[in-house]
Design a protein around this ligand. Sequence first.
Ligand code: ATP
Ligand code: MG
Length: 250
Amino acid sequence: MSITIAVHSCKGGTGKTSIALNLAGVYAASGKNVCLLDLDSKAPYLSSVFSPQSKQWVNDVLFGKCTVMDVIHDVSDEIGVSGKLYVGLSDPDIIAIRDISSKDRKWQAKALQVIMDAKRHLTSAGMDVIILDTGPGVDFSSINAVAAADYVLVVIKPNKPCLVGTGQVVNGVYKLLGKKCGIIENMCHETHFLHSLSNTLFDLPVLASIPCMCDVQLKTDLGIFTLKEPEHIFSKSMSKIADKILEQGD
Ligand SMILES: Nc1ncnc2c1ncn2[C@@H]1O[C@H](COP(=O)(O)OP(=O)(O)OP(=O)(O)O)[C@@H](O)[C@H]1O
Ligand SMILES: [Mg+2]
């Protein structure tokens, strides 16, 4: 059985990409076949973690120029995992970013179809877990990823604007689309975990509360933190989250 997880948040900078990347590492290290797709084409990041190996990008898939299988490449040996990790990168070139940012609603409706096709291709190719890194907020490109997912991992920072915005997106998007969801509160002060007040927020399970830790911030560019420092509290949280998603996703 395959699961597609969209990592999303209503605001930027909550830790979506860090969590998507590290979850992918945890699943691949546990022996699963994993595909991590950068669907944040307006602010791509994963091309700074993995060197591009294909001449084609996720952008080309969205434009209907090729399939997702032409774009993904295997980084398992590079990161040293027992399973498989494939990544599909978005083009970081400013021209590509401007191009995709200018697309209208009709184009985005077609892009959703393309993402659903990509999910089918990846599932048929034997992926156990497909992780979609998304952009923040509710524009079409972000909501397309959410719509294509089986599970939405909602990342919040424990501050008022993020909580108010998340409440709106939970009711106005995730619940309307009938998505299974779990919340991670990230970059918390250790003494102020919302999680300690309740195990749920907006009637959704809180999977973890992760403190704000300088080493996570400082080592962002060094690859997959969880694989480099498996005993770190951040890495332990990622493993727990990975298990809980699979339990909840069943
Ligand atoms: N628990 C944490 N403690 C400290 N720093 C963190 C933590 N989680 C993520 N960060 C850092 O916060 C910054 C933003 O993280 P990240 O890029 O993953 O967020 P994002 O939600 O993907 O942002 P965007 O909305 O721009 O795509 C990064 O520098 C990352 O290293
Ligand atoms: Mg990001």
